[in-house]
Design a binder for this molecule. Structure first.
Ligand code: ASP
Length: 577
């Protein structure tokens, strides 16, 4: 039907007879018998000069044959890839008429998201979506190639499984053959990939669909894709290399440039310097340690476990009202208060609390922050974790560049703690899933009843972070049933429960499980950042809205009473909330 794609024609084609197919993007009439028609396909648009009367409307599907010619001097369009040429002597064949689209497809204006998603097939015709989907395909292809080159074998794991231990809520599927029983949809292929290692697969990977019933956000959908990998007889170091290689290859496939080697930072250092375990290192504004400065202070609010602060360049121009709002915000994040100080021309500090501080303390602040006139200092005092969290959030709020600025800043965060805190029963909460191997040097601390020591146990877990987004995580796994039982018991999972939930894995471990380690990262997030999009919905062909609905197909929807009957299910009356 066609000889060329619209967007690929150029001066080299002048004089050629061509046939192009696509959708009518725009039409400008010149009198009754001449029309300029922009024809669009996924490569772009080309201008077709159509003589004679035609009933062509937006989004009609047409085939145009004609002769490529240079545009008359002065009518070239430098903003358009095909702007130097046009197709003349056109013959237009309407392959299918179309109703007017419910929103314009050729301008990047604000269109209601539900409307876009209800007509996603139209939205997909836009430049933006065509570009994003193709970036995604390039990423998938590069990841596959990189993993395969490194000896990884693609294995598909099942979708209908027993519950997985990623800690989110499962989506469940009722079983017709065993009424009253349910499958869970995989939150990840975690247990299967570990079983593959016991099965001698050596290096497994999969571009895996994972499902987690959690509230949706800009960077989270119910279903998402991960590059999931696992390897036997490897160290943490090797896993970081495998994944760095695959990610670098994907970045290069999209941007044409291979990223610099990914730096590493320990979890502890990330928390101290950035107040976050997924630091956005596109900008500075690091947390400055001040606890020592106030060790003997007379100012009560600063007599705390930890005092830290950040310096906001040029921030002193904020009004009193804005500073009050910032303080309120910090309190909503859990701070007891927020102390602000403005840096004057002579680098002296003005602050409502300055009168409570000694000359030496004020002097020490200037030394630690080394501020410039016009800067603003923000200080928080509290327990260390609270200080880190609040300042980490303030730092992002006040300093984070827009999504498409500052380049791609990958970062490995290593040496996570094994437990992230204690639950209401005083039991440790795992920071990763319960199959994560503790750091070999910290194994002795595991026997302790002392929670403070338990919380100091490091794990062999690592995260990959990009511009402040957690791309993914992984760990060296526990491959010995005895260590696994110890960790389960620390988590309050007794033998009976361990056997019920993960018995098959523990059984498998009795038959010669090799040491193994793995990783998984979210492809949607990587693609979104490569495409310069704030929301992963923009890089998913058919996503759900924030409330988990698909306006196109109407999912989720009621099912037939006969289906319920077959599944042995009866619905409770809906709770009125
Ligand atoms: N299964 C983990 C996750 O989905 C990743 C891993 O530990 O390999 O987060």
């Amino acid at each position: 039907m066609r000889t060329d794609y619209c967007g690929q024609l150029g001066p080299a084609d002048v004089g050629r007879a061509v046939a192009v197919c696509g959708w009518v993007a725009r039409r400008r009439e010149h009198g009754e018998h001449l029309a300029f028609v922009d024809l669009r396909d996924h490569t772009g648009v080309v201008q077709c000069v159509v003589d004679g009367a035609h009933d062509l409307r937006s989004e009609y599907v047409v085939r145009v044959t004609g002769l490529v010619r240079s545009r008359p001097e002065g009518t070239e369009n430098a903003n358009l890839a095909t702007g130097a040429i046009e197709i003349g002597d056109c013959h237009v064949e309407v392959l299918n008429p179309a109703e007017p689209p419910p929103f314009p497809l050729d301008e990047r204006g604000e269109v209601d998201e539900v409307l876009r998603l209800r007509h996603r097939y139209l939205d997909l015709r836009t430049d933006r979506m065509q570009r994003n989907l193709r970036i995604r395909a390039r990423v998938n292809s590069a990841l596959r190639q990189a993993m395969e080159r490194q000896g990884f074998v693609e294995i598909e794991t099942p979708m209908l499984i027993a519950s997985t231990p990623e800690g989110a809520r499962d989506f469940v599927v009722p079983s017709r053959l065993s009424p009253g029983s349910f499958y869970a949809l995989p939150q990840s292929p975690q247990l299967f990939k570990q079983l593959c290692m016991v099965g001698g697969v050596d290096r497994y990977y999969q571009i895996a669909r994972c499902l987690r019933d959690e509230d949706l956000r800009a960077d989270r959908q119910f279903e998402f894709m991960q590059l999931d990998a696992e390897a036997s007889f490897v160290s943490q170091e090797e896993v970081l290399e495998f994944i760095s290689e695959a990610v670098s290859e994907a970045v290069e496939a999209v941007t044409g440039t291979r990223p610099a080697p990914f730096p590493r930072i320990s979890w502890h250092e990330a928390m101290e310097r950035f107040g976050s375990d997924k630091p956005d290192v596109r900008f500075g504004m690091e947390l400055v340690e001040l606890t020592e400065v106030f060790a003997g202070t007379a100012f009560n609010a600063f007599r705390a476990d930890c005092v830290k602060g950040i310096r906001v360049e040029g921030g002193a121009s904020r009004t009193r009202k804005q500073l009050d709002e910032l303080t309120e915000q910090a309190k909503r994040w859990g701070a007891k208060g927020l102390v602000w100080m403005k840096v004057e021309d002579d680098r002296s500090l003005t602050s409502p609390v300055a009168k409570f501080l000694s000359e030496a303390e004020l002097q020490a602040l200037v030394e630690r922050f080394d501020p410039s006139p016009g800067d603003l200092l923000l200080l928080v005092a509290d327990e260390r974790a609270a200080v880190q969290r609040v300042l980490g959030l303030l730092r992002l709020e006040l300093g984070r560049p827009p999504v498409d600025e500052g380049g791609l800043n990958f970062l490995w965060v290593v040496d996570f703690p094994l437990f992230e805190g204690l639950d209401e029963h005083g039991r440790p909460i795992p920071a990763h899933h319960p199959f994560t191997m503790p750091h070999p040097d910290d194994l002795a601390l595991l026997d302790e009843d002392d929670p403070a020591r338990l919380l100091a146990v490091r794990s062999q877990a690592y995260d990959l972070v990009l511009n402040g987004w957690e791309l993914g995580s992984g760990s060296v796994r526990i491959h010995r049933a005895d260590v696994q039982r110890t960790v389960f018991s620390l988590l309050g999972i007794d033998d009976a429960e361990a056997t019920r939930r993960f018995g098959f894995l523990l059984d498998a471990f009795r038959f010669g499980a090799p040491p193994h380690a793995g990783f998984a990262f979210g492809i949607d997030r990587l693609v979104a950042l490569l495409a310069g999009e704030e929301n992963i919905r923009e890089v998913i062909a058919f996503p759900k809205t924030q409330s988990g609905v698909d306006p196109l197909t109407g999912a989720p929807s009621a099912i037939d009473p006969a289906q319920l009957e077959e599944l042995g299910l009866r619905l409770l009356p809906r709770k009125v909330t």
